[in-house]
Write a protein that binds this ligand. Structure first.
Ligand SMILES: N[C@@H](CCC(=O)N[C@@H](CS)C(=O)NCC(=O)O)C(=O)O
Length: 207
């Protein structure tokens, strides 16, 4: 398959990037410089009108939204064994977890630097920023207590949920969350850092 992967260091594209690497996929990485607002350039908008990363151009067409990209890659590379093996309920649980990261946790984080998506007056933007440590801690406390089975999100099996959690949990300190309050997520993060693909991507491609 001929794929192009549009990514940015520090961004959520890390989740799918880890999966691409671990699945041994052939793809061309395409860096989108968020600092230069390249995601809003005409050239990139003509590829991905959402103006966000990640995006994956595949032989089947363009895919955006991390949960969809993760699911697609896991199906495209079954030998990597990245979808839960426990039947339809386990598969739905993995999707449920990824949907929570996408729709709630990532969106809570975006209130820090991307508040202009929702408001333009300074007081509202400041109020959104102030709430980020609290909303991130609340969302991640649920993951800590209920969703992260251990050692991996789904239990004994490593799945696409793990790189996704890792890509978000590495933002926690800069979001003002005390990681000591989330010891199981902190341990998961260390476990992830020991994976060769993660070490590779964290030493150069991602910051
Ligand atoms: N729901 C999307 C969110 C993608 C997203 O918001 N990516 C951020 C980087 S973490 C981005 O491209 N931001 C650029 C912008 O908002 O202009 C996903 O899960 O992939």
């Amino acid at each position: 398959m001929n794929m192009q992967f549009f990514y940015a260091p520090t961004s959520i594209s890390l989740a799918a990037h880890i999966v691409l690497d671990e699945a041994g996929a052939q793809y061309a990485p395409r860096l989108i410089d968020l600092a230069l607002n390249e995601q809003r350039s005409e050239a990139y908008l003509s590829i991905n009108p959402k103006g966000r990363v990640p995006a994956l151009a595949t032989d089947d067409g363009l895919l955006t939204e991390t949960p969809a990209i993760l699911d697609y890659l896991a199906q495209a590379y079954p030998e990597a064994d990245l979808l839960p093996n426990g039947g339809r309920f386990a598969r739905a649980r993995a999707l449920e977890f990824n949907a929570y990261l996408c729709s709630t946790v990532h969106v809570a984080h975006a209130h820090k630097n991307r508040g202009r998506r929702w408001a333009d007056d300074e007081a509202a933007l400041e109020a959104m920023r102030r709430h980020v440590p609290n909303s991130m801690l609340n969302a991640c406390s649920l993951i800590e207590a209920d969703m992260l089975k251990g050692p991996w999100v789904m239990g004994e099996q490593y799945t696409v949920c793990d790189p996704y959690l890792f890509a978000i949990s590495r933002w926690l300190e800069s979001d003002g969350v005390d990681i000591n309050q989330l010891p199981r997520i902190a341990a998961h993060r260390l476990r992830m850092r020991q994976r060769p693909a993660v070490a590779r991507l964290m030493s150069g491609t991602y910051v």
